[in-house]
Design a protein around this ligand. Structure first.
Ligand code: KE4
Length: 431
């Protein structure tokens, strides 16, 4: 596989951009090698600066559920741009987006658009603290909610630990208000609520974890969090930045039938443009400025071009059968990988929920971050490299999820699994 041009571009990029990238995971530090500099996407395929072609399972980390350069999205964005790119004033299309989200997610009675998932979770957390008058937040080890200071906590030892800064520059005072417990561990969560109950403003969770690999909730976990919040007065915050419109039309809250008080959205709602949102119960959102006293603002919030692209995406996702199709494709990939691994004598655990999937080089089950960290890192790295060399672009980290789109066809899955069979043969040689 030719990488000359990408290597040259990386060297040039590193002179002006930290690590040569504008977001760390793109640098391939977890898997090694040179990250392909992509130049074009079409459907489920991307093309790099050296002319290599890949079947893409990153999809810009989730937004591109229709595939790259989808005609309906391009048409909508071009039409919006022809009228101007941004106003910093109210526009009807922002109202259309708010109404579309509320129709899809009845628990989201009111919504505020922002420009990134980080902004969405940061703002939702501020609102939760304001309306409850409480300061602590409970989150789950291995869940990622953007680079919000109080949510960038390292994994403490023990079960319910007070957050320790997960990055230099994050004040200890910020993370000490964050209680962290293992994902899918309702007992540990109950213990933490018993210990900090009336101090906890919110329980914040990825209803399907996608930032420790793909780890679905065990039966009863989300329902248990709802009950704990009802008992303790904490708000239930679903971070659906990844799962929103990805795992079901109404997100994970529809798929699992658990109603959060506040929801965070991102990725798909912008259709590939910078847009995200937080929203929920009307009585809570009424506290957001200028209706209420909880301040939050954004120059490009609700940008009309992003709204047009997002609405075009959501419109396509209202077509009958699209989620069955996404689920079929992600299950075909996950089940195919599992079958190949079994045949090759490689321990592999897979998961697929709606249009997202994941795999661990681990005998299973994988139900939390401690389990995920036990997976075979060297086998993942080898598999990733072998797949990339064969034209399949997977997430460059064992702790990410895979994303399919409506543009992934049976032939693309067949191509992927043929590459996986050859790759797994090499992986089996890794002790
Ligand atoms: P952004 O600020 O990156 O738009 O969203 C943060 C965020 C919040 N919540 C969840 C559940 C998320 O998955 C994310 C961001 N996801 C990562 C991929 N795991 C984005 C990729 C990156 O960081 O470059």
């Amino acid at each position: 596989m030719r990488t000359t041009r990408s290597r040259q571009l990386l060297a040039r990029a590193c002179k002006r951009i930290p690590g040569g990238v504008n977001s760390p995971v793109r640098a391939f530090r977890a898997v090694g090698g040179t990250p392909p500099f992509l130049v074009r996407g079409r459907g489920c395929r991307v093309f790099d600066a050296d002319g290599n072609e890949y079947v893409d399972y990153v999809g810009s980390w989730g937004p591109l559920v229709l595939g790259h350069a989808d005609r309906s999205v391009l048409r909508a964005a071009r039409a919006a741009m022809a009228n101007g790119t941004s106003f910093g004033a109210p526009t009807e299309i922002e109202v259309e987006m708010a109404e579309a989200i509320a129709r899809a997610m009845p628990a989201v009675e009111m919504v505020r658009m922002v420009s990134s998932g980080t902004e969405a979770t940061m703002s939702a957390l501020r609102l939760a603290r304001a309306v409850t008058g409480r300061e602590r937040v409970l989150k789950f080890d291995g869940c990622y909610h953007g680079h919000v200071d109080s949510l960038l906590v390292g994994a403490g030892s023990g079960v319910a630990t007070l957050g320790i800064p997960g990055s230099p520059g994050v004040p200890k005072a910020m993370t000490e208000l964050t209680v962290q417990v293992p994902y899918n561990d309702l007992g540990a969560t109950e213990a933490a609520v018993r210990r900090f109950g009336d101090e906890i403003a919110a329980i914040l969770v990825e209803p399907v974890a996608g930032n420790m690999g793909c780890v679905p909730p065990v039966p009863g976990f989300l329902e248990g969090l709802r009950a704990l919040c009802d008992r303790s007065g904490a708000l239930l915050l679903f971070d659906e930045v990844m799962t929103g419109f990805r795992v079901a039309r109404g997100g994970a809250q529809a798929l699992y039938g658990v109603k959060p008080d506040l929801s965070c959205l991102g990725k798909i709602v912008g259709g590939g443009f910078p847009a995200a949102a937080y929203g929920g119960r009307r009585d809570l959102m009424a506290r957001v400025a200028p209706a209420g006293d909880v301040y939050q603002a954004g120059t490009l919030s609700g940008n009309p071009v992003a709204m047009a692209a997002g609405l075009a995406t959501l419109a396509r996702l209202r077509e009958p059968g699209v989620y069955e199709q996404l689920g079929r494709v992600s299950k075909a990939v996950a089940d195919g990988l599992a079958e190949i691994a079994a045949r090759r004598g490689v321990e592999l655990t897979t998961a697929a929920v709606g249009g997202m999937f994941g795999f661990f080089f681990h005998p299973g089950p994988v139900q939390d971050f401690e389990d995920a960290k036990q997976s075979h890192a060297e086998r993942f790295r080898r598999f990733f490299a072998e797949m990339l060399a064969r034209g399949v672009y997977l997430a460059p980290s064992a702790y990410e999820a895979g994303f399919v789109s409506l543009a992934h066809r049976a032939k693309d899955v067949a191509f992927t699994l043929e590459a996986a069979d050859a790759a797994m043969k090499q992986v089996a040689r890794v002790g």
